[in-house]
Write a protein that binds this ligand. Structure first.
Ligand SMILES: Cc1cc2nc3c(=O)[nH]c(=O)nc-3n(C[C@H](O)[C@H](O)[C@H](O)COP(=O)(O)OP(=O)(O)OC[C@H]3O[C@@H](n4cnc5c(N)ncnc54)[C@H](O)[C@@H]3O)c2cc1C
Length: 409
């Protein structure tokens, strides 16, 4: 019997876990504990349509309050779980209350990495993780003229696009010689660098922030000092330098944590009553034969189906290939696959880097590891099939837009 389930964390992964449990026929008690006062919501719009005012607030929530009531899911908002008592099978919260479980699903997500330089805590230095953060940032963009974004990852670049849409002057400071260099490599990172430069973003590459400088009043940000001494003036500084998984509950309970909570392909920790999903889960991946942790929306959306199946006694390992997407200005992109520690030895581009309208492939020893489509649609299934086939691919045909991708798998 599956018994009572406590879900700790109400992001997309937590909300989808309770949904998958009910869809799968679980009819015992379910309790969802969530920090913050909003019902579970999705984060991608917070740096895109919602931040730019195009999406309604109601559109970001996974379910409305009536759904949880109708499905007999008890949601406790504003509650932080502080400990897991494994032998007692209790989750303990900040007020000392114990919540007994037969299974517990950890879905505590990630926290933004903090900027650790002098002045990093001045007013006007902000982060983007929550709905409240997005509301505040949207208001600030409307009242600000000079924005410096620190970090050239996905969120930093999406914020830069939103700030340009709000007509702010925008500088983006990136440590590497291009934004997204670590994920995409030189040629494809160049597509995003060109995109932002074409939208008049002052892109500062190979640059390091050493200090955030106060304005005249001493309390508010006035600029950002780079390692070479230059000061970029700013009324608002948005920090987007990555996130770290919130693994404290698992670690303190003695469960294995290695850059994420270690779980098997059924998303179980070494204690089979404790599962982890979403950003925090470093899961054994049947296709890759190693543990993989993915900080992306699709993973938080899909892993819960496996977690619920495991709790309900079904054998449905999680085997999805990592997938994510971004929207910046009029560019839309999807990426599927995983490069892994072995790296890649070749990049093949089909299409036009300048347009840009392309599908890029990262290969090792002639096999496709990952693919990214930019302003080209309906190819993700074909790219997935290519990756799963592990076939040696004719790279000339791969680059040739007249050869259907489906013929190459
Ligand atoms: C601004 C932004 C834009 C993004 N855009 C994209 C995108 O375009 N494409 C993409 O693929 N991915 C995107 N992502 C990443 C994606 O949103 C995450 O991978 C996803 O949110 C992970 O879901 P999660 O449920 O695992 O964790 P989270 O969404 O982080 O949710 C965890 C929840 O648990 C709560 N919690 C934490 N600790 C406790 C505790 N001890 N007790 C109770 N509650 C707790 C947290 O407050 C939070 O509500 C974006 C992320 C951000 C921040």
């Amino acid at each position: 019997m599956a018994g009572r389930v406590v879900v700790v964390g109400g992001g997309l992964a937590g909300a989808k876990t309770v949904e998958a449990l009910r869809d799968g026929g679980h009819d015992d008690g379910i309790l969802l504990l969530k920090l913050g006062t909003d019902l579970p919501y999705e984060r991608p719009p917070l740096s895109k349509g919602y931040l730019q005012g195009a999406d309604e607030r109601s559109s970001v929530f996974v379910h409305d309050a009536a759904w949880y009531a109708e499905h007999d899911v008890e949601v406790r908002l504003g509650v932080q779980a502080t400990a897991l008592d494994l032998p007692g099978r209790d989750v303990i919260d900040t007020s000392g209350l114990r919540h007994g479980y037969d299974h517990v699903v950890l879905a505590t997500g990630s926290a933004p990495r903090r900027l650790d330089v002098p002045g990093g805590d001045l007013r006007g230095v902000v982060y983007l993780r929550t709905l409240d953060d997005s509301d505040r940032l949207r208001a600030a963009l409307g009242a600000t003229s000079r924005v410096v974004v620190i970090g050239g990852g996905w969120i930093g670049l999406e914020v830069a696009a939103a700030a340009r849409a709000a007509d702010c002057q925008v500088a983006v400071v990136v440590r590497d010689r291009a934004p997204l260099l670590g994920v995409l490599g030189d040629r494809l990172a160049g597509v995003f660098a060109d995109l932002h430069r074409a939208h008049d973003v002052d892109l500062r590459t190979s640059a390091d922030v050493v200090r955030v400088v106060a304005s005249g009043d001493g309390a508010h940000v006035g600029g950002v000092e780079l390692a070479d001494g230059e000061i970029l003036p700013a009324d608002l500084v948005v920090v987007g330098i990555g996130a770290t998984p919130r693994v404290g509950l698992a670690r303190d309970a003695g469960l294995a944590v290695e850059d994420g909570v270690l779980v098997d392909a059924h998303l179980r920790t070494a204690d089979p009553r404790v599962l982890a999903v979403g950003d925090i889960a470093r899961a054994a991946h049947p296709f890759y034969g190693t543990h993989v942790r993915v900080e992306h929306w699709a993973n938080a959306l899909n892993q819960p189906t496996t977690a619920a199946a495991t709790i309900l006694g079904r054998d449905e390992p999680y085997d999805e290939l990592p997938y994510f997407f971004t929207d910046q200005y009029d560019l839309g992109m999807e990426y599927v696959g995983w490069i892994g520690p072995g790296g890649y030895d070749e990049v093949v581009v089909r299409g036009d880097l300048e347009g840009p309208e392309l599908v890029a492939f990262w290969l090792r020893e002639g096999r496709v590891l990952a693919g990214m489509n930019v302003n080209v649609w309906d190819v993700v299934d074909d790219v997935r099939a290519l990756i799963r086939s592990r076939a040696q691919v004719d790279t000339t045909a791969l680059a040739d837009t007249s050869v259907p991708l489906a013929d190459l798998a």
